[in-house]
Ligand binder design. Structure first.
Ligand code: 5GP
Ligand code: ZN
Length: 112
């Protein structure tokens, strides 16, 4: 999608601190970290949110979770939280599917 911020980041048109990249997904540090380590993993193809996942694109999501396991293992991150906000009330501000991967501090449950 031409006017989508995360499509532009995935394409390298807007700079980011890259964590990982392959043909399917892109991972980069959040510009406003909410934990000592906070990166985002996004599909390169535009998907609006979890609500837009179906049989045609769910393999991308499975791949993203494999990548999250790989990145965290490589970084020695043993405890972390994966979050995806969907819609306004949940706090989604960028309408391109993304998974927050947060670690490095005690976290509350339930989340605020
Ligand atoms: P959401 O609020 O949609 O769940 O998450 C969007 C995240 O994207 C936020 O945590 C926000 O800090 C991050 N973000 C927004 N714009 C940029 C940007 O230009 N670069 C990076 N690296 N992160 C961004
Ligand atoms: Zn997009």
């Amino acid at each position: 999608m031409s006017d989508c911020l995360f499509c532009k980041i995935a394409a390298g048109e807007i700079p980011s601190r890259k964590v990982y990249e392959d043909e399917v997904c892109f991972a980069f540090y959040d510009i406003a970290p909410q934990a000592p380590s906070h990166f985002l993993v996004i599909p390169k193809e535009h998907i609006g949110s979890v609500s837009d996942i179906g049989s045609a694109n769910s393999a991308v999501v499975a791949h993203i979770f494999e990548v999250i396991a790989k990145i965290t293992a490589e970084k020695g991150i043993e405890s972390y939280r994966v979050v995806s906000n969907i819609g306004e009330q949940a706090g989604q501000s960028v309408h391109h599917l993304h998974f927050h991967v947060l670690s490095g501090r005690d976290m509350t449950w339930p989340p605020g």
